[in-house]
Write a protein that binds this ligand. Sequence first.
Ligand SMILES: *Cc1c(COP(=O)(O)O)cnc(C)c1O
Length: 400
Amino acid sequence: MPTRPCWVEIRTRSLEENYRFLVSLAEGQAELLAMVKADAYGHSLAACVPAAVRVGARWLGVTSVEEGVATRALCPQGRVLVMGGVFAGQGHAVVEHLLTAVAWEPWQLDELERAAHSANCPAGVQAVGLPVHLEIDTGMSRQGVSPDGLAAALARFGPASALRLEGVMTHLFAADEADGAVTEAQLVRLNQALGQIADAGLTPDWLNVGNSAALLAGEAGRIAALAGRHGMKAMLRPGLALYGLAPQFDPGFAPEKVPDGLAAARAALQPVLSWKTAVVGVRTVPAGAVVGYNGTFVATEPMRLALAAVGYADGLDRRLGNNFSLLVHGQRAPLVGRISMDQAVLDVTEIAGVEAGDEVVILGTQRDETITAFDHAEATGTIPWEVFTRIGPRVRRVAV
Ligand SMILES: *Cc1c(COP(=O)(O)O)cnc(C)c1O
């Protein structure tokens, strides 16, 4: 059955080209893990995982074991890293679906160790130990082992352990700050932890560090050098850039100091997602007519208003009412009045010939005009990551 016309189009070819571009930025210095957490940043796992695999991604990153199981169903071969760790009772799904968990809490290591000893853990995995990526807190105070807990965590990976320390991970939390000072301090702490890991006789394969901002700022080289010093390979974990947006740096670089990778990314990356709806009907209202809940908009002259089939339940932020425009016939049509749960009203007085069924672009390009996730974010005081992930589950995702 045809559905209400509020949908997202996913250009998987753009995702593939973005991935190839990011690989070229890493220049053989680092492996890239493709971040597909949160339903591929709202872009849909079903559309994005096959595209990422087609273009050569060997590692995919998700938040939870349940996202990992859904990813595994779309990707029988690749590695799936569960960034948010395991929760109680999930260890069996980790071994059954050959997921790889990030861990840092003792109880997470307990859960994984029990699973590694269980009958459903494949013998091949048992022979070499269940791979784990240990997260180190290098200053974000979120996930990760703190320096005073590191020795105890490392003791869990001794020769008799059912667990194998395959990777060491940390998260750079200020790679989008132009001066790089916070990142530098984090890498110093990471280097100390890596020294302690070597002293404990452990030889992990992967140093798993850095998001889109780190990659575009050119940190792959520094991360690869650190990995190399400890006999490891570097891995970076871009998300937003894969979906075609280069993070904005704060405060921005002086024009002559913009890193080459960031300048190239701004030119090369292509947004993957477009969000569209349709005009339901058009009406003419006289001067003095009020629009929407509580009449927050009053027509100052006779106006033409178009009803669009999108509301805040679809993820169109209610704060955009009287504060943003969508595209109709390639022109900006202001959102007038409050946004309802399921509808929004557009002023199309200045746009000739609008009629029921016409396409409305909420996010994306129509003729010569473009609305980006940054535009949405700026109007509502948030970031593009939130704009994407708030597009609701009832909005159909269509691969194009
Ligand atoms: C989401 C996430 C990333 C990717 O971040 P982007 O800014 O979208 O590139 C990398 N690492 C971790 C741990 C994350 O949670």
